[in-house]
Ligand binder design. Structure first.
Ligand code: IPE
Ligand code: IPE
Ligand code: MG
Length: 241
């Protein structure tokens, strides 16, 4: 990547709502799953670009808690794609020193997939390259509800005092507890909504809604968005002196 394309102050954590696979396939007269397969192939290039751009954390939205409402064919196809993706990419991810984590509720996922997820997390657990987090059966509301349940259990068990519950305590119960908040959230496909992604964590994130459909997203586009991020003024409610 040419030096002038590298952002001076780039985002440390980029989160992406990978949307538009279905429309991409439809435009080619192909089934939606064809689009999902094309979309999965984009992740490799984007991960490599993160390394180039100095992005330490990449979080990608692969399947939402609402996506179960799709046809059984599409849901089963996506689950099988996740199993295949993990199996096929494990070696390359580990060799590239990527640390992989999964967020979302695993309870509804099939055992085979959960085993693959656990194995990949364990295998890459000591890697200190790009930290890739994949959100599967993830919903921001569901995550906050599950976190609150665990927090309430700790209160009931006398491990936590209700007066100590604050903005520092609650995120320790979220799936993302070890991750910094995303600096930049990108959504592809032209929709300007967050569809239940990282609700708590993105309170002060910068957003980019772009028209590109996810299977067409490139490293160059990510570089452009990271550069744009560098030019933004994050005020966090303050006024500059
Ligand atoms: C995003 O692409 C992938 C998932 C939600 C699993 P879509 O499948 O939502 O594609 P569109 O939005 O229908 O084009
Ligand atoms: C959000 O996309 C979820 C993922 C990208 C995994 P959707 O396509 O499910 O969101 P809506 O339905 O357009 O809001
Ligand atoms: Mg969509």
């Amino acid at each position: 990547m040419p030096e002038e394309d590298r952002p001076k102050v780039g985002p440390r954590h980029v989160a992406i709502i990978m949307d538009g696979n279905g429309r991409w396939a439809q435009a080619r007269g192909r089934p939606r799953l064809f689009g999902h397969h094309a979309g999965a192939k984009r992740v490799r290039e984007v991960l490599e670009a993160c390394e180039d751009l100095g992005v330490e954390y990449l979080t990608i939205f692969a399947f939402s808690t609402e996506n179960w409402k799709r046809t059984q064919t599409e849901v089963a196809g996506l689950m099988s794609l996740f199993r295949r993706y993990i199996t096929q990419e494990t070696k390359a991810l580990n060799e590239k020193n990527v640390r992989v984590r999964f967020i979302g509720d695993r309870v509804r996922l099939d055992n085979k997939l959960v085993t693959l997820m656990d194995q990949l997390e364990t295998l890459t657990g000591d890697n200190d390259g790009v930290q890739l987090t994949i959100a599967i059966n993830y919903g921001g509301r569901d995550e906050v509800a599950r976190a609150t349940r665990r927090l309430a259990e700790d209160v009931a068990a006398g491990k936590l005092n209700p007066v100590d519950v604050d903005e520092e305590t609650l995120p320790r119960y979220l799936d993302t507890r070890v991750l910094p908040d995303p600096d930049l959230v990108i959504r592809t496909s032209g929709e300007a909504r967050i569809s239940n992604f990282l609700l708590w964590q993105s309170a002060y994130s910068e957003y980019e809604f772009i028209d590109t459909l996810w299977p067409d997203f490139t490293a160059e586009e990510l570089a452009r968005l990271c550069k744009g991020y560098g030019a933004r003024d994050r005020r966090y409610g303050t006024v500059k002196a």
